[in-house]
Write a protein that binds this ligand. Sequence first.
Ligand SMILES: Nc1ncnc2c1ncn2[C@@H]1O[C@H](COP(=O)(O)OP(=O)(O)OP(=O)(O)O)[C@@H](O)[C@H]1O
Length: 635
Amino acid sequence: MSRADRTRRRGRQAVNASAPGEAQRPDPTLLGTQGEERLDLSVQERKYVRARSWALLKDLARPVKWKLILTALLVVISNAARASFPLIIAWGIDWGLPQVVSTLEAGGSAAPVVAAVGGTYVGAALTAGLLLGTYTWMTARLSQAMLLDLRVWVFRHTQRLSLEFHEKYTSGRVISRQTSDLDSLRELLDQGVSSLVSGLMFMLFTGISIVLLDWRSALILLVAFIPVSIAVRWYQVRSEAVYRESRVSSARMIVNFVETMTGIRAVQAFRKERANDRTYETLAGKYRDDMLKSLNLFGILQPTLVITGNLTVVAMLLFGGFRVLDGTLAVGVLVALLLAGKRVFQPMEQVAMFYSSFQSATAALEKVSGLLEEAPTVREAEQPVSLPEADGRIEFTDAEFGYGDGQVILPRFDLTIPAGQTVAVVGQTGAGKSTLVKLIARFYDLSSGSLTLDGVSLDQLSASDLRRNVVMVTQEAFLFSGSVAENIALGRPDASDAEIQTAAQAVGAHEFILSLPEGYETDVTKRGGRLSAGQRQLVSFARAFLADPAVLILDEATSSLDLPSERLVQQGLTRLLGDRTALIIAHRLSTVEIADRVLVVHDGRVVEDGSPAELIEAGGRFAELHAAWKDSLVG
Ligand SMILES: Nc1ncnc2c1ncn2[C@@H]1O[C@H](COP(=O)(O)OP(=O)(O)OP(=O)(O)O)[C@@H](O)[C@H]1O
């Protein structure tokens, strides 16, 4: 079972366990990333999301469970030691001092008493300090280990999600999951949890020590707790609302940034820079305002806590002072009470401050666990049929397709493409050409009917067999950072230099690659390594040639190349096709002319099917298109 499955199952189990008999399944619109933007969750839904987040945290914590327990133990001991200082001081004053005085009067040595009190104090201080250092160090290591795990997990998972998911969930959102969300988790795990736990522990132990010292003074503390709790509660509620706003504004800012940078060509082509500057400034300004609001809230909370703390000490001093004068309270106890009273509220600030980092991390966890709950819609068969070397015969039977639950794009159809045939797919924009060929690359699964390669249904093939047999070359001819050779070897990283060069030679890319500053080793992201559109296409042809699939799918670039480049690309294409089965979304006359067969797609249906000559003869849509192409060449 995958981690995503585990996370999903746990979320459901928790919901089921907590509310037997009720509507137990969450609304399907909440599963995965779907409910991500919703703020109006019902109690039941909130439970589901929380359980899912917990499950994720537990999954992350499992490999480091014992180290976590050990760290928690160190936190407890260290804080107990810290909280014991006032007790030791009281003991020193009320027991140690009289002992020293009486021993000295009797002519004895005060050293044993001083050593006992001083030693205990130094022991407690060393224990507290050393353990603090150790647990801080351990927390940092643990949090980094958990984050590394999560980072890699999110990357692996997102990369494997089907295209359908990526088309809906923009790259801006994926980036904000991987950056700002993981960052808020880092903040919480790095310092938040340990500060929070240690703050609470310290308050607890100091509170206990006050009760042990003098229960009457503990009552004063209890009274002081009322305004403190009100202030902290007020801060929680207000900061939650402010925080929610800042989350929305930060997400908007990131999405805007990513969109602008990914669309930088359009931005510059249409001179949108100034307008974009203003939009971004507004969004960033809103984010700053939200952050300021939350800081202002803290600015109110902090003085409230300081004032209450000081007033508590004054009250304890007055109440205790009179009793010391009466002789009903020991001086040492009073000193210890004052020390403890002063320190007891100090961690409250930390607790309140980390409440907001806790909130931000909770929201992040909810989103990340939602992303991890997404499952690929195109799933690999559990027991795939082996097909190492396909011939390349493709057959659609009773096939029908629509994206997701949307409208039908390709109504019911049958289509057979014999092995080795070169098929040009033509038609108007939006006709369904890309959709048809993407089905063969299994970027999507049919809504109904079957699609087979050499008689084996595509969904029965293992991912590796499918990728070996079917390769799609997209219009964009995307190059990854690295050398030209590495880019050619994308589908076969183990290919030798000789094989890479043979592939480049086969498609006619060898010459231009040799003319690059460092030949095959030229970095495509560096100056001088920047390739032209035609050159990029040749590299992607070489890539496909090296992968040597039985079925090649090619979305021909629409951008017009100059004539020599077009000729070069055309020659490369002809060599690439060889005797494989090929489907080409054709935008050029020259490509259509080398095809054995042309499919004309219109409104999701194949309306003409035949050899180029037959279709021209028949005088339909293709004949018109062909004539228009011919005219454009003449013109
Ligand atoms: N990911 C998607 N989700 C939903 N609908 C889609 C998606 N991709 C394409 N469509 C719709 O499917 C129909 C066919 O699109 P398709 O991209 O297959 O057309 P095409 O013939 O390849 O067009 P073009 O030549 O412009 O690339 C269009 O109506 C389009 O809006």
